[in-house]
Design a protein around this ligand. Structure first.
Ligand SMILES: [Zn+2]
Length: 106
């Protein structure tokens, strides 16, 4: 995803819609029309209002409703994301993240 996307993304919760915070863990530069554009590969998106976190995995922001994140393939991918970046993800998200953290069972 492009960094400017953060300017238009808001929390997808209908009762929230807050602006979001981005913490980039992995990115690369792309030359486009003689400009260098940053492509974000892996990042943590957090919502300061409702406290949710959302991952950017392989360039794609995963901003699904809680019930679609709790099990199956999506949960495994998001768990793998938490595991992959656990040295950099804030401890309170790993422990008590909304809708889940690294330690909670699927
Ligand atoms: Zn929110």
């Amino acid at each position: 995803m492009k960094r400017w996307l953060m300017e238009i993304l808001v929390c997808p919760r209908s009762d929230c819609r807050s602006e979001l915070h981005l913490e980039v863990y992995g990115a690369h530069s792309v030359e486009a029309e003689e400009k260098t554009v940053e492509e974000i590969d892996e990042a943590l998106i957090t919502c300061p209002k409702c406290g949710r976190w959302y991952p950017v995995i392989e360039g794609i922001p995963c901003m699904l409703p809680d019930d679609l994140r709790m099990d199956g393939r999506q949960r495994r991918e998001e768990n793998a994301f938490l595991e992959r970046w656990k040295e950099r993800i804030p401890a309170d998200i790993l422990k008590n993240g909304v809708p889940f953290g690294l330690k909670s069972e699927a």
